[in-house]
Design a protein. Sequence first.
Length: 96
Amino acid sequence: MVSDLSTFDYLFLKFRSLHVKLEDVVKEYYPHLCKENMLAGVRQNRFPFSCFRMDDSQKGTLFVDIRELAGVIDDIHRKQYTIFQNRTQKAIQQLN
């Protein structure tokens, strides 16, 4: 049996929630960022997805919606795959 799982499905299986702590996303996809740089990135809107708090406290935990994260990952993959295909085609044409 073959099932087609989407990026959203994989993220949901991994994190087991629709709203994931930003810290968990950063640990997985941005391991080079320390907490200070993560918070600076949020303040300056440098992440390609939105971050939110469940309450109005500045010290509240930041969350990410995995549907939005899945869309961002898919977009990045699509763009990089297109670049890879173009470069591969150019390399093959140069060999011929």
